[in-house]
Structure formats: C-alpha cells, structure tokens
Design a protein around this ligand. Structure first.
Ligand code: RNT
Ligand code: ZN
Length: 421
C-alpha cells in the first residue's frame, strides 16, 4: 500500500532541508515539469520496425535478447507505450523512426508520406504529447556495401536522400498537427570495416547528400533538424564517415542541432563535458542519453555518475537549449521496465541536479575555494532528493518508488501470453 501521508511528510522535511541551502523545491518541481524527455519507441520491439518487408537493425547497431512479449505491430507498441507512459510523471514525448510506419502494402522508404503516420499522430494528439522523428537509414537492402548517404553509387545516395527529405516532411506535419515542434535526427551508419584510402571523398559525398536533404526550408515552429555523429559501429570499426568533427562542423555551418549520443565516443570520453562547449556556439543540441558498456552497447540508462553529470550540465547550461532523447535497446529484460527505469533515472537525475545550490557552489569556485565545493558536492549526494522525486510522482498520480515494477511485470506477463513472441 502506498503511504501518501508519509511521502508528503518526507517531502516537507526535504523542502525545509533544501530551503536551508537556499533551494526552493517548489520551483524545482515546476522546472522539472517543464523539461520534456523524449522516450524512444524502439526499446519496445528491439529496433525491428513494422514495415511489410521487414528490415531489422543491422547496419552499425544491434539489439540482443528475446525476452517475451515484444510488440509485433504499431497497435501493440502504442499499447505498451501507453502503459509505460502511465508509469511516468512529467512532460513526455515519444521518438519514432520511419520504419514504424503503418501500411498494408509494402512502402519503399523513398515513398513514405505523412499518411503512413496518421495513427501515430492521432494517438499523440489524444495524449497531448509531442513526437520526434528519425529517418531509418539502416536495416535495408538499399544500404549497399555499408553505405547510404555517402555511397559512391548515385542511385543509392538518391534513394536515401529522398527518404530523408520525406522524413523531414513527415516531421514537419507531426509538429504542425500536434502544435509541438518535432525534432528530426539524422543518423547514418556509413563507414568502413577496414582502413579506407579516401576518407575525404566519402565525407564529401555525405556532405553533398546532407546539403540536398536540408535544402528545403521548413517551418522552425514545426520541425528542427539534428545530425548525429559516431566514433565507430559494428562492421565499420576503422572509419565512420559521419564522425564527431564532421558533424560538429556541419551543424555549425548549417545551423542545425548537433546530436551527442553517450555511446558514440571513446570509452572514457563523456558527453557531459561537451554540452557547454557546444552551446557556446550553437543555439540548441539534442542528446541521445544511453549507456555504453565497453562499446556502444545501448544498455538501459542507470542513475550513474555520467547521467548525473549530464543532468547537471543540462541544468547549468540551459534546460531550454538541450533536447533530451533516450536511446537504448535491451531485449534481454522486460521492455516496459527498461523504458520506465531508464526514463525515471533521467528524471531523477534532472531532479537532483535542479536541487543543487549552484549559485553558492559557483561562488566558491570563483573564489577558488575548491575544498568547500568538493565537500558540499559530496554532501548533496546524500540529501533527500529522492523524497522530492517521490512527491513529484505522487502529485502526478503515477507509482511512487518501486511500485511500478510489479505493475509492469504483471502487464508484460499478460500481454506476452497473447503475443506468443
Ligand atoms: C545508432 C544511433 C542511433 C540509433 C537510433 C535507433 O548508433 O545511436 O541514434 O540508435 O536511431
Ligand atoms: Zn543515438
């Protein structure tokens, strides 16, 4: 049984303890509420998508595991998303890929149109949530020799350029219909397994293709473009065409968002340190919050040091300038729980970051009082930030603490039986 009274009492104590540090928990909850988190649909079906001629996630990424109950169609995925969203407080968005289209007949990716996403848009409208979008440039026979937009073959490039152009149109319609801007992120897996000779030519082709994709002006109130870099992928260990330097420079030149994925850098390199530098030169960025374990393995997001550092940087650099997307896929665990645990961790990290007395800490930093900065930062870890998050869940009438676990296990048990996968 949930003890609402105790949760409220704990919050009151926390409120006083934070007030003593000069932090207003009421304001913190208001800000937390205003920060949307975009939950990725692809955790729900192991990045398979619902095209009639199915593709699957080959090409640089891979989901492993066969936990029962994977969503087999868009209706099931929406049911699962409905359930997961009912476990989550605050402002949520849902991030779709082009391969989640709905059509009875096969549709080439160079033929996709807003009508194929009508059900998704209707669903989001009813839920009053925003949608984000991605062209799907992997898991497809037109990905030739590991290449899409940077292929040396003109017909291959043309196919993917058309796919990305149409994806932008769909994103614009989504934003317009929902009255909430849709962020569209381009990621291509293009690269070489072994050492290439002409990196420059491949990157030149990627640049030219992207220039064509982005040529049409779109209504900035309805959609915004983002481009995602990567260090390496499965099968392209020696060179990724869309590297960090490539996209950082490209995003600057084109005035589009740079996407920083937590798993796309060297193992000890962190994206938390890249947020401030990027935002000095760019209006906005997109994050793919993920968890690499030894490689870009896309494990469920944990409440670990890097997640807390990412949240702290978002709060310090400007919550309105960082678009938060989640990007992980684990097929070995209950997929609904994976959504809930990862998303709640993101929200908890934001809550804890908002509760930090940053003005005081910055003052000490300016005075080179690093001792106090260190001691206080450590003390903050044991402050009752979780009582504030629990109260936030209570206020939103979603499960508090571990209560969502049993509910999600139960839901999957029931649906898995009927799905038979
Ligand atoms: C792959 C990228 C990309 C994908 C999704 C499905 O390494 O991170 O963002 O994970 O688009
Ligand atoms: Zn990503």
């Amino acid at each position: 049984m949930r003890c609402d009274k105790q949760i409220t009492q704990s919050y009151e104590i926390a409120r006083e303890r934070y007030a003593a540090l000069g932090v207003d928990t009421g304001k913190v909850l208001e800000t937390l509420e205003s920060i949307p988190v975009s939950m990725h649909c692809w955790q729900g079906d192991d990045v398979n998508g619902f095209e009639v001629a199915a593709g699957g996630a080959d090409g640089g990424i891979m989901s492993t595991g066969n936990y029962p109950g994977r969503a087999r169609n868009a209706g099931e995925l929406r049911d699962d998303l409905d359930f997961a969203l009912s476990m989550l407080p605050g402002t949520m968005r849902v991030n779709l890929h082009a391969m989640y289209l709905e059509s009875e007949k096969p549709v080439g990716r160079d033929m996709i149109a807003p009508e194929h996403f009508a059900n998704w848009i209707q669903w989001a409208k009813e839920k009053q949530i925003g949608l984000d979008f991605n062209p799907t440039c992997f898991g497809h026979s037109m990905m030739v020799d590991g290449m899409t937009l940077s292929s040396p073959k003109e017909e291959v490039r043309k196919y993917w350029i058309e796919h990305c152009k149409r994806s932008r149109e769909i994103a614009e319609v989504m934003g317009k219909e929902l009255g909430k801007r849709c962020v569209m992120n381009i990621w291509v897996p293009d690269g070489f397994k072994d050492i290439p000779v002409n990196r420059m030519a491949a990157r030149q082709r990627l640049k030219d293709s992207l220039d064509q994709v982005l040529a049409d002006k779109k209504d900035p109130a309805c959609m915004a473009d983002a481009v995602e870099s990567k260090l390496f992928g499965l099968g392209c260990e020696s060179c990724t065409i869309g590297s960090h330097e490539f996209y950082m420079a490209y995003a600057m030149e084109k005035n589009v968002m740079l996407t920083l994925d937590a798993g796309h850098f060297h193992p000890t390199e962190v994206i938390s340190d890249k947020i401030s530098s990027s935002l000095l030169f760019m209006d906005e960025i997109l994050l793919h919050v993920s968890r690499p374990v030894r490689w870009d393995s896309d494990h469920v997001v944990l409440f670990d040091d890097e997640l807390q550092a990412i949240a702290a940087e978002i709060v310090r650099c400007g919550v309105n300038r960082v678009n938060i997307g989640l990007d992980y896929f684990d097929g070995t665990v209950n997929r609904i729980l994976a959504w809930c645990t990862g998303t709640r961790n993101m929200q908890k990290a934001l809550c804890k970051a908002l509760l930090a007395p940053d003005a005081t800490l910055s003052g000490w930093e300016l005075e080179a009082d690093f001792s106090r900065r260190l001691a206080m930062t450590e003390e903050l870890k044991a402050m009752p930030w979780s009582d504030v998050y629990d109260y936030y869940c209570l206020k939103h009438n979603v499960p508090v603490g571990a209560d969502y676990i049993a509910a999600a296990v139960d839901y999957v048990k029931k649906t898995a039986v009927t799905r038979g996968v």
